[in-house]
Each structure stands twice: as C-alpha cells, then as structure tokens.
Design a protein around this ligand. Structure first.
Ligand code: 5RP
Length: 220
C-alpha cells in the first residue's frame, strides 16, 4: 500500500485567484485539481493554464461528467488533464466512452461517489477497466452536519476489495486522517482547508505530518 498523496482542489470562481493559491501551494502537493467550480467558471482554459504552469504535477479535471462522456473527456484530456471525474449516476455507456478516451491518452477516469450507488455498480465500473473512485462527503452534506462514520469506512473497505483505488474528500482536515488509517487511500483531496488557510504552506505541512505519522512506513 503506497503512502496517500495530497491533492489540492481549486474551487475558486476565477482563474486568477486559483493561480495565486496554487503558486503558493504547488511545492507541497502531488496532484492539482481544477475543481468543478473552477471548471464551470473558467472552462478548460483553467486546465490548459494549470498544465502549462505545472507540467510535472498530476492534473485532474473535476467535471463530474454525467453524459457526453466521449466529448467531455476529449475536451479535458486535450486541455492537459491526466485524470477526469465522472459522476456515479452516469450511465455505464458514458463511463465506457470516457474511459476509452482516457485510455487512448494514457489518462484515467475517477468515479465520484455521491448520493445513490451500489457495490454492484462499483463492480461494473471496475469491469470496464476503471481503476479509481472518489469517496465524497458533499459540501452540503457536511454543512448539514453529516460526519464520517463506520458505514463510510465499511464501504471504503468493500470498494478497495473490489479493486478500486480510493481518494477521499469532503471538508477533510488533518485531524480526520486517523479515521482512515486502515483504508488504502490514493489521495486526500483538500480544497478549503488548504486554499483558505491563514498559512497555506503550514496547513499542507500539517497534512503531510499526519500522513507520515499514519502511513510513514509505506512508500510514496
Ligand atoms: C466539491 C469538490 C471539492 O473539490 C472537494 O470536496 C474538496 O473540497 P473541500 O476540501 O473544500 O471540501 O469536489 O464537489
């Protein structure tokens, strides 16, 4: 099991402020995400500029695609994304088309787990060849008081058993990380706790300290 990576989600409503954030944080993160909010606000221009500025980081277009998998994956991967997200509610045909484009470009599709999905769905995604999923506590769910619980951890383990690599997101702070100690985590995806921190570099270091303390015996 490799050590979890740190992914910065840029959920800004304009590219200029997103670029200011990533300028500070890029030495401390492994993966840069053009978040859904940034993609909606600025389009694939955000992905293109991030690719040009940070050629060595893994770059995610968090489009949460629900339809037109081939067209939207072509847009995202042409803009320079390495990974693109598809929402779990999308038809299997959308996932298959998006995955086909990703594979042709050496990229990957990540399934965003929000709302209603089943382990049978997860098996079907994995059978298509999709390797990654994102276990997501939505902003609105978090704001309404939903916290991480045993049911989440059990589902995460079952998804891992199916063979899906999991990233975890949704209002994550360093104090949450011990909860996930027994899960194989590809990346922790963090937006506000990094981008809105008074000292973003110190906040990133707090995540790395927690990751090292919990998974330090594993390779990066
Ligand atoms: C919202 C997202 C966010 O980018 C992700 O959850 C990280 O943001 P935060 O840490 O601020 O919750 O995908 O749909």
């Amino acid at each position: 099991m490799a050590k979890p990576q740190l992914q910065l989600a840029l959920d800004h409503t304009n590219l200029e402020s997103a670029l200011q954030t990533v300028k500070i944080l890029h030495p401390y993160i492994d993966i840069i995400e053009s978040g859904t909010i940034l993609c909606v606000s600025e389009g694939m221009k955000a992905v293109r500029e991030l690719r040009a500025l940070y050629p060595d980081h893994t770059l995610v277009a968090d489009l949460k695609v629900a339809d037109a998998g081939e067209t939207l994956a072509t847009e995202a991967f042409n803009a320079g994304a390495d990974w693109m997200t598809v929402i779990c509610a999308a038809p299997l045909a959308t996932m298959a088309k998006a995955h086909e484009v990703a594979q042709a470009r050496g990229g990957e599709i990540q399934i965003e787990l929000f709302g209603n999905w089943t382990l049978d769905d997860a098996r079907a995604w994995h059978q298509l060849g999709i390797k990654q999923a994102i276990y997501h506590r939505g902003r609105d769910a978090q704001a309404s008081g939903q916290s991480w619980g045993k049911a989440d951890l059990d589902l995460m383990k079952q998804l891992s058993d199916i063979g899906l690599e999991l990233s975890i997101t949704g209002g994550i702070v360093p104090e949450d990380l011990p909860l996930f100690r027994d899960i194989t985590v590809r990346a922790f995806i963090v937006g506000r706790a990094l981008a809105q921190a008074a000292d973003p570099a110190a906040a990133a270091n707090a995540f790395h300290s927690a990751i090292d303390a919990l998974w330090g015996d594993q390779h990066a």
